[in-house]
Design a protein around this ligand. Structure first.
Ligand SMILES: Cc1cc2nc3c(=O)[nH]c(=O)nc-3n(C[C@H](O)[C@H](O)[C@H](O)COP(=O)(O)OP(=O)(O)OC[C@H]3O[C@@H](n4cnc5c(N)ncnc54)[C@H](O)[C@@H]3O)c2cc1C
Ligand code: SF4
Ligand code: SF4
Length: 556
């Protein structure tokens, strides 16, 4: 029987995905030497690139002293240095951030474009809507995968149409399930991480795809990176596709100490910043989405190969947090593995751990993914000490090719009363809590507005409530017959939990404050499958299992 490549994708379509994307596309171009952006829907060559420091027009964000001082100076000399729209366009962009010669893409459209070519070749089958539940283990050897049980109740109990998950046996199981995939996590639990490696740094990225107003002056291929707002810890991006479409998004990192951190609301304030609002005002949301990023980069690299398995992509530690690039790295590690497997098959050698180490791992170690990953691996540690140290640490790592950086290790997210001390009294917080509980809504809107954030002026087109966005911006798929994929493990931990951060950060408002018992509620119909509840709950009290569905848009 000839070799077969079969890909199982849990989402309902090939075009599922959430990403920026601005990419240098070095690896992608090697695979497609005659690539022209015009071949791929929503793709454009990078035409211009800017790094912009956004000041806070409302005084609501929490800026460290040095940043406040810098803001004051910028405002004082604004006329001389070209401060406009509460923003300062930094005249020089560090070379490590550059995407010159690269592409602006939609990951959904790119995946579809590649997937169709692969399937047309007859060499590869891709099965969307097929969540994999777990790896099939033969001792420490991965023998294949088990698909998820179907026809079960939300608690997993078999129903009338029960279909136990099929076992798929394979010579080689490629684990490419991204930052929060269940297979990768199970293997990490089983095999441990290589010495000194960890997956402790995360972010959730939330984005919107927007129809820009007709009179827009923005050219396709415009790339804008931002820092400073809506909070100093939150970086943003704004990329322009052809046909007056833009992607705008923010990253809310795990080192942000604020227990109130819903990415959707921050995304709205980002768009409302005067620097961006002049571009998007009058525009319309086409879709939105959110997804976790594994920000430990190369230090998050697990065992890359083992008996019966190999790992590629973000879950294998390929994402570069200095250059802000993950797509091309994920692509390149996949190509490296494919080339290694083909070479071994040609030589009639088994796909053993030893042979994969001598081919795939060796090639990966010699490539730009590894070299740049090493430069980046400590670049962001300084953020654990504060934003200014973080920015200095990044600049240092970039300038010295990773030789110098500022060290730091994670701190727990602060209690509400501690984080908002000086802004909100414990009594105010308690009152806001009571009121939000009565109304059955998360606390974040009330806390943000009490801290000076203006209410979001909903227009029903671009700015809409989180709940409306779940209905309009793409569609949330929660097919029946699958067990709930988010579970709260120990009620006692939830009861003692002050921040209920899972409720306050949930990207789809799918996790709701406890009503009758101690545990929060979970509504599968609203889960966008970002996976961020998994790492936001510091008590490790959330099980994030394999599941179908999520927010689906072919454009994100
Ligand atoms: C908002 C945002 C903006 C970004 N911007 C950029 C950018 O501008 N440039 C850039 O280069 N990178 C960017 N990134 C990072 C980049 O998107 C990732 O590094 C990249 O997508 C990683 O690719 P991957 O294939 O390894 O993982 P993923 O893209 O996460 O793909 C993993 C796939 O596995 C599937 N899967 C997971 N579990 C299972 C299961 N149990 N069974 C079956 N299927 C499963 C998932 O549904 C998913 O389709 C951004 C990320 C985000 C979230
Ligand atoms: S799941 Fe975690 S964050 Fe949520 S209430 Fe329970 S312990 Fe707190
Ligand atoms: S419940 Fe769903 S939408 Fe909410 S944080 Fe978890 S994965 Fe994301």
């Amino acid at each position: 029987m000839p070799w077969q490549v079969v890909c199982y994708e849990r989402a309902d379509g090939l075009a599922f995905g959430v990403s920026g994307v601005a990419t240098r596309a070095r690896g992608i171009r090697v695979s497609f030497p005659h690539l022209s952006a015009s071949q791929i829907p929503m793709a454009a060559p990078v035409a211009s690139e800017k790094l912009v420091y956004l000041l806070d027009p409302h005084g609501a964000s929490r800026r460290p002293f040095l940043m406040r001082a810098a803001d004051r100076i910028l405002r004082l000399f604004g006329g001389l240095i070209g401060l406009e729209h509460s923003a300062f366009e930094i005249p020089w962009t560090p070379s490590f951030l550059h995407k010159k010669g690269g592409l602006v893409l939609s990951i959904g459209q790119f995946n579809q474009w590649v997937g169709e070519q692969l399937m047309a070749s007859g060499a590869v089958q891709i099965w969307p809507g097929m969540p994999v539940a777990e790896p099939l283990m033969d001792g420490r050897r991965v023998a294949g995968v088990r698909l998820l049980d179907q026809g079960v109740a939300p608690d997993g109990a078999p129903g009338p149409g029960f279909l136990p998950g099929m076992d798929i046996r394979a010579e080689l199981t490629v684990i490419a399930d991204g930052p929060v995939g269940v297979l990768g996590r199970k293997l990490d639990d089983l095999l441990g991480m290589p010495p000194g490696h960890h997956k402790r740094d995360w972010a959730v990225g939330a984005k919107m795809v927007i129809d820009l107003p007709e009179e827009t002056s923005l050219e396709p291929g415009t790339v804008i990176h931002t820092l400073g707002y809506p909070e100093p810890e939150i970086f943003g991006f704004f990329y322009v596709h052809p046909e007056r479409i833009a992607s705008a998004g923010v990253f809310v990192p795990s080192w942000f100490a604020n227990p109130v951190r819903t990415s959707y609301r921050y995304l709205q304030h980002f768009l409302l910043h005067p620097y961006l609002w002049r571009y998007v005002k009058g525009g319309r949301m086409r879709s939105w989405g959110a997804k976790s990023l594994q920000e430990s980069g190369r230090r998050g690299e697990p065992h890359l190969v083992g008996d019966g398995f190999a790992r590629i992509g973000e879950g294998s530690g390929s994402t570069n947090v200095l250059t802000g690039s993950g797509v091309d790295e994920a692509w390149t590690t996949g190509v490296q593995l494919a080339e290694a497997v083909l070479a071994l098959l040609r030589e009639d050698k088994p796909l053993s751990k030893q042979n994969l180490e001598a081919t795939y791992v060796r090639q990966r170690r010699a490539s730009w993914v590894e070299k740049e990953g090493r430069i980046a691996q400590r670049a962001r540690d300084g953020f654990h000490r504060g934003v200014v140290s973080g920015l200095v640490g990044m600049a240092l790592a970039g300038a010295t090719r990773g030789l110098l950086s500022i060290p730091g290790s994670p701190h727990p997210v602060r209690r509400m009363e501690e984080y908002f001390a000086g802004r909100l009294s414990p009594e105010q917080i308690a009152a806001l809590r009571r009121d939000s509980a009565l109304r059955g809504v998360p606390l974040h809107d009330a806390v943000m507005e009490a801290c000076g954030w203006p209410a979001v002026p909903y227009d029903g087109r671009l700015l809409m409530t989180h709940q409306d966005a779940l209905l309009l911006g793409g569609k949330v798929q929660a097919p029946p017959g699958y067990a709930d994929h988010v579970l709260f493990l120990y009620p006692s931990l939830c009861e003692a939990c002050n921040s209920k951060i899972c409720v306050e950060m949930c990207s789809g408002e799918a996790i709701t404050a406890p009503k009758d018992g101690a545990q929060p509620g979970f509504d599968r119909e609203k889960c966008v499958f970002c996976g961020a509840c998994l790492w936001n709950c510091e008590q490790g009290n959330i099980a994030f299992r394999a599941g179908a569905g999520g927010l689906h848009s072919a454009e994100n």
